[in-house]
Design a protein around this ligand. Structure first.
Ligand code: GLU
Length: 466
């Protein structure tokens, strides 16, 4: 394999397929994608599936679906690490031949004993270098029946320094880190090694990832250097915090992109919200993916953790709900209604048009639409408040008019008006009880519009419940 200095920006996202696409990973995917697009570069998708016990095809499928949903199209990949084992072996062999990696036969028990002893002395629990070859050092004799790991011979001292795209200059002394295991006893490379070989082979120029990987970066830089590979630039984005100030986690609510898709959020809202969470462009809160791409040059990434704000996400989503076409919303709501066993009809597009302004998600829009396709159960307090003995005869009168009139909005409006005038009532006095009975809620859009979208026989049935 030849490696030349890449001319173009190449970024990647490298999820581990051990679950859904996590919001944090989605955000770094978004930054990597936007950065590549901004520079006319290439965005690579790599599946880091070396944790064989936890990686699943189902998870790969979910991750791919979420990326597609968010509109994060990749130009190369997906590459699977488990299909690149030969390549990693070849690089390991090269490092071994050059004396830059070595076999270590320490058993897990021995390693734990070393750590324990260091802990007792209050020292860092680094590997003790027992199997690290040194000029003039005699290594222990190789124990029978022990499968070795391969360790990378980390520089013993000196600093590792990089200028992080998010955090600025970072320096770690090599005495702080030990000789990393790069191949496990089962022959499968570890993350820190495979990631370097891949970023090198895939000519990645910019790595955006979560700052839980900050500790890994010095090792990775040392391995890049040992391979004579060009270093990418690194940008470590701070964690996303939940509203309790703790790292956003499953225990604290939805953390997967899928959960938000199912929860009735629009992909452009998620993309907008996720991008803004950890990055800014002046005071802009609402922007399209095209604007993001034109603005995202890797600057203005926040150094401090962002807090997940469900209320703000709803606000962003509501904005995109209003902007979405009625046809598109109808198809999303159809999917939501299907989960409830309801099959809508051609009225749904107009229902979406009428209700979308008051809905923050397509789930809420589906809640409204459901009143047109299934029974409604008004709340007993609302019934008690609005369905009074005074209003019952008026409802009966309205029902009479509605039974006979042409079923369109203006004729329905005229019928309502006629009843109001005849009874000397104001609109809300009649509209509220009708809404409660027909829609199961006293708060709806204009009554004539709601009734016109309902079926006459259903309206009459529901009014008869008064
Ligand atoms: N597989 C790693 C993760 O999902 C990727 C880290 C990286 O981007 O280097 O956290």
């Amino acid at each position: 394999m030849t490696h030349s200095t890449p001319a173009a920006v190449r970024t990647r996202i490298a999820p581990s397929p051990t679950g859904f696409l996590h919001l944090g990973t989605a955000r770094t995917a978004l930054y990597s994608w936007a950065y590549a697009r901004h520079h006319g570069g290439v965005f690579v998708l790599r599946i880091e599936d070396t944790d064989v016990a936890r990686s699943t095809q189902d998870s790969v499928d979910q991750i791919l679906a979420s990326m597609q949903w968010l509109g994060l199209g990749y130009d190369e990949g997906p590459f699977y690490q488990m299909q690149r084992l030969e390549r990693y072996s070849a690089v390991v062999a090269q490092l071994m031949a050059e004396g830059k990696a070595y076999h270590c036969y320490s058993t897990p028990e021995e390693l734990e004993a070393v750590r324990e002893a260091k802990r007792a002395l209050g020292e860092k629990t680094l590997y003790d270098g027992r199997w690290r070859p040194q000029p003039g050092k005699t290594l222990p004799s190789i124990p029978a029946g022990v499968q070795p790991v391969v360790r990378f011979k980390n520089p013993a001292d000196g600093d590792v320094t990089w200028n992080d795209l998010v955090k600025g200059p970072i320096t770690i002394n090599n005495r702080e880190i030990d000789d990393l295991i790069i191949v496990r006893t089962d022959g499968i490379p570890t993350y820190n090694f495979a990631v370097v070989v891949d970023d090198w082979d895939m000519a990645i120029t910019h790595v955006f990832r979560g700052d839980e990987h900050m500790n890994n970066t010095p090792w990775q830089i040392n391995i890049f250097n040992a391979l004579g590979a060009a270093l990418p630039q690194f940008g470590h984005c701070p964690v996303i915090l939940g509203d309790d100030g703790q790292k956003l986690s499953k225990r604290r609510g939805a953390v997967s992109v899928t959960a938000y898709e199912e929860g009735g959020y629009l992909p452009e809202a998620m993309l907008n919200y996720l991008a803004r969470l950890g990055w800014s462009h002046g005071d802009d809160e609402l922007f399209s993916s095209e604007q993001l791409v034109s603005w995202f040059d890797g600057s203005h990434l926040n150094k401090s953790p962002a807090q997940w704000d469900p209320a703000k996400l709803l606000w962003v989503n509501a904005h995109y709900m209003k902007a979405a076409s009625n046809e598109r919303l109808a198809s999303l709501v159809t999917a939501q209604l299907a989960k409830r066993g309801m099959v809508p009809d051609e009225r749904l597009i107009d229902i979406c048009a009428l209700f979308k302004d008051r809905c923050e998600t397509t789930v809420v829009l589906a809640d409204w639409a459901a009143a047109f396709y299934a029974d409604v159960t008004p709340k007993s307090e609302e019934l008690a408040q609005h369905i009074t003995d005074v209003i019952r005869p008026v409802l009966a009168l309205l029902a009479e008019k509605l039974a006979a009139c042409v079923w369109d909005k203006s004729t329905i409006a005229a019928a309502i008006k006629e009843v109001l005038t005849a009874q000397g009532l104001k609109m809300p006095q009649l509209a509220m009880p009708v809404r409660v009975l027909v829609m199961g809620s006293a708060q709806t859009p204009a009554l004539d519009a709601v009734l016109a979208l309902s079926k006459r026989e259903i309206v009459l049935q529901r009014l008869a419940q008064a």
